[in-house]
Design a protein around this ligand. Structure first.
Ligand code: PLP
Length: 291
């Protein structure tokens, strides 16, 4: 089942609102968006994707914080966190409590006549555990960005989760053309960055390392959750610049994200990677227990 609500956005400062009255249910096949909406016409907006364990959204708080940060970078009005949290709870309440799924939050700049357009969707999906066990092969693809893109060219919106994912999808198609499943982007200087829809984590001995989010990467909620977990489970963690050859030489490497969760990297540009199936399983088990 798919659940869709349009949301009338409220000012962040407003308190004591009837949030239910601001949710408009929409049939998933119904026309609900103007063709002039900036989100549809230009990808001018922000979004979040939250995983659903049976019966509860996985850690919505960090997603709402990142939605607000993305809106700030995009000069969009800051979302009313309590209003969005209420909408998430309503959607989860309508989904099958025995199945996992995905919630999407979207804010677009709307039309020239309107305030931002906001909506939320909930979709039940059978968890695709195959990639979590089989892993993915990746190619390193140049993102064409210097490592200091965020300061040098803030209008590129690096670090915001914008709706403009066409280059990310093009990178995935390029990976497929090269016979691989996924991508790790690299900076102009040859640093490893992130995947088109995921953060990168590598293991070097008992240390987990991820490329710095300030270097144009999205601050990953899954990566942060795993680092918090790892610190309590015998690992140290580090966020720093990672050279591309460090990925190939790592004791294990993963792409991590909110819905796919922890996916081992099996090969980088055809070079077979070491794997750590036991740690992959522990990290996925941890994420699947979050509410
Ligand atoms: N980096 C990019 C570009 C992404 O699109 C995503 C997720 O969609 C991530 C990283 C991982 O973020 P999260 O773990 O919060 O899903």
């Amino acid at each position: 089942m798919t659940v869709v609500f349009l949301i009338t956005p409220q000012d962040r400062a407003d308190a004591g609102l009837d949030f239910d009255a601001l949710l408009t249910p929409v049939h998933s096949d119904a026309a609900a968006l103007s063709v002039f909406d900036a989100g549809a016409a230009r990808g001018d907006g922000v979004f979040e994707t939250i995983g659903v364990n049976a019966g509860s959204a996985r850690k919505p708080g960090p997603h709402l914080a990142r939605l607000a940060a993305s809106a700030r970078i995009m000069d969009l009005p800051e979302p009313h966190t309590e209003q969005w949290m209420h909408a998430i709870k309503r959607v989860v309440g309508l989904m099958d409590p025995h199945r996992g799924g995905v919630i999407r939050l979207v804010i677009t700049r709307g039309t020239p006549q309107s305030s931002p357009t906001c909506w939320i969707t909930g979709q039940e999906s059978p968890a695709d555990v195959r990639e979590r066990e089989d892993g993915v092969s990746v190619v390193l693809l140049d993102r064409g960005w210097p490592i200091d893109i965020a300061e040098r060219a803030p209008w590129m919106l690096a670090g915001a989760k914008t709706l403009s994912y066409a280059p990310n999808m093009a990178a995935l198609r390029e990976a497929n053309r090269r016979g691989a499943d996924d991508v790790v982007f690299t900076s102009l200087e040859g640093y490893a960055l992130e995947g088109p829809t995921s953060s990168l984590i590598i293991r070097i001995g008992r240390r987990l390392v991820t490329p710095t989010s300030g270097d144009g990467n999205l601050p990953g909620t899954t990566q942060q959750e795993l680092f918090d977990w790892a610190e309590h489970n015998g690992f140290s963690t580090q966020s720093r610049r990672v050279r591309a050859d460090e990925v190939r030489q790592a004791d294990a490497a993963w792409l991590v994200s909110s819905v796919r969760l922890v996916v081992p990297i099996t090969a980088v540009d055809g070079h077979l990677m070491q794997r750590d199936a036991a740690l992959s399983a522990r990290m996925n088990d941890h994420l699947l227990t979050l509410g």
